[in-house]
Write a protein that binds this ligand. Structure first.
Ligand SMILES: [Zn+2]
Length: 91
């Protein structure tokens, strides 16, 4: 004898993040890039202490879109006598 049991299931709505992006802290626009593109324009300040088994840090970041990085931050950096260190990779 086969016992059949009907189980009613309800479809659940589960939020799925297909893609997310960061917003530029300077102009407020979304920093959208292509699927295979890379863009990181960020100023990071981190401080604290780090021991072998514990630690405590604080981190502050400022994100820039490509336009603000190129047209606003870089000219400001350069006019203060600083030059970004170029680093390239190819694989
Ligand atoms: Zn921007």
């Amino acid at each position: 004898m086969t016992t059949r049991r009907e189980i009613k299931t309800e479809t659940q709505k589960v939020p799925v993040i297909i893609r997310e992006w960061t917003t530029c802290d300077f102009c407020g626009l979304a920093i959208k890039i292509g699927l295979y593109e890379v863009w990181e324009g960020q100023i990071v300040q981190m401080s604290g202490s780090c021991y072998p088994d514990s630690g405590s840090t604080s981190k502050y970041t400022i994100d820039f879109c490509q336009t603000c990085w190129t047209e606003k931050l870089l000219p400001w950096v350069v006019c203060h006598g600083l030059l970004p260190n170029p680093e390239e990779s190819d694989w």
